[in-house]
Design a protein around this ligand. Structure first.
Ligand code: F6R
Length: 254
C-alpha cells in the first residue's frame, strides 16, 4: 500500500502515529529502527507526540538495521550515536532492550549471527521501519544482496559512500564496510513501513514501483511482504504514474 502526503511534516506525523499506535497496542513490541535523514523528522515527531500524550515505552525492545564497521558508539557519525541523539536519550527504554550491530566487534561474523538470533529469540520484529537508498538499498543491503541474507558484513557501494559522505567532514572518512540486518531478517518482520521523502528519492521510488521482484533492486524484495506501507511525500512520489499517484494520495485526519 502506498500513502502519499503533501509534505515531509505530514509524512512524519503519519509515520510517528503508526509507530505510537503499535506501541500503545503492544507495549512489549519489538521494533526494527532505521537511521538517516528521512527518520530525523519522524523521531522528532514521535518525541513531540509523546510529550503531549505519554505512552509507556519501558517494555519495548528495539533492533537497529545497521552500523558502520570501525566507528565506536561515541563517534558522532555512528548510528549508535545518531539513535541516542534523535531518540533514545529522550525515551526510557532500558538499555538492555536496545540493540545495534556492534561495529567494533572482534569477531564480526559471530556478532552478525548472534544479532539475527537475538531478533528471533525475541519472537521477531513486530514492525520494521525502513528508509531507502538512492540505489534501492534497504538497511545496507546493496544491489544483488541475496534475499535470503541474514545479518552480515557489507562493502558499501560507491554510490552509498557518496550519498552518506554529506555527514562526514571528508569523503575519505566514510567507512568502507558496515554490518546490516539481512533482507530475510527484514522480510520476517510482521509489518513494514518504508518512508521516502524528497526529490532525490523520486527516481528510485518510480523504479521500485515498476520493478519486478529482483535482487538487483533490494527494496523490491518488500513486494512479497503481506503488510507493507510505503509512505511518500509528493516530491518522492513525483515520478510515479498518474493513476497510482491519484489512488495513493492521503490526507491526515488528525
Ligand atoms: C539507515 C539505513 C539506510 C537509510 C537509507 C536512506 O539505517 O538503513 O538504508 O534508510 O540510506 O537514508 P536517508 O534517509 O539519509 O536518505
Amino acid at each position: 500500500m502506498y500513502k502519499i502526503f503533501d509534505t515531509v511534516d505530514e509524512v512524519s506525523r503519519y509515520t510517528a502515529q503508526r509507530l505510537l499506535t503499535k506501541i500503545k497496542a503492544a507495549p512489549t513490541a519489538v521494533l526494527g529502527l532505521a537511521t538517516g535523514s528521512t527518520m530525523e523528522p519522524v523521531y522528532a515527531q514521535m518525541l513531540q507526540d509523546l510529550q503531549h500524550t505519554p505512552i509507556d515505552v519501558s517494555q519495548l525492545t528495539t533492533f537497529n538495521l545497521d552500523e558502520y564497521i570501525g566507528l565506536s558508539a561515541q563517534h558522532p557519525q555512528s548510528y549508535n550515536y545518531y539513535m541516542c541523539q534523535h531518540l533514545f536519550n529522550q525515551l526510557n527504554i532500558p538499555t538492555e532492550n536496545v540493540h545495534l550491530p556492534d561495529g567494533l566487534a572482534s569477531n564480526i561474523d559471530t556478532a552478525c549471527q548472534a544479532y539475527s538470533n537475538a531478533i528471533e529469540a525475541k519472537g521477531g520484529l513486530d514492525l520494521q521501519l525502513l528508509g531507502i537508498g538512492s540505489n534501492g538499498h534497504i538497511g545496507f543491503n546493496e544491489p544483488h544482496t541475496s534475499f535470503n541474507s541474514r545479518t552480515h558484513i557489507v562493502e558499501l557501494s560507491e554510490q552509498t559512500r557518496i550519498d552518506n559522505g554529506r555527514f562526514f567532514n571528508d569523503q575519505n572518512e566514510v567507512p568502507t564496510h558496515a554490518i546490516t540486518m539481512g533482507i530475510q531478517d527484514i522480510l520476517n518482520a510482521k509489518e513494514i513501513i518504508l518512508v521516502a521523502t524528497g526529490s532525490n528519492k523520486s527516481a528510485i521510488i518510480a523504479q521500485l514501483f515498476a520493478s519486478a521482484i529482483d535482487e538487483a533492486l533490494p527494496a523490491s524484495a518488500l513486494k512479497q511482504h503481506k503488510n507493507l506501507t510505503i509512505v511518500l511525500d509528493r516530491d518522492a512520489a513525483a515520478l510515479l504514474p498518474e493513476p497510482a499517484l491519484q489512488n495513493a494520495i492521503s490526507t491526515l485526519t488528525a
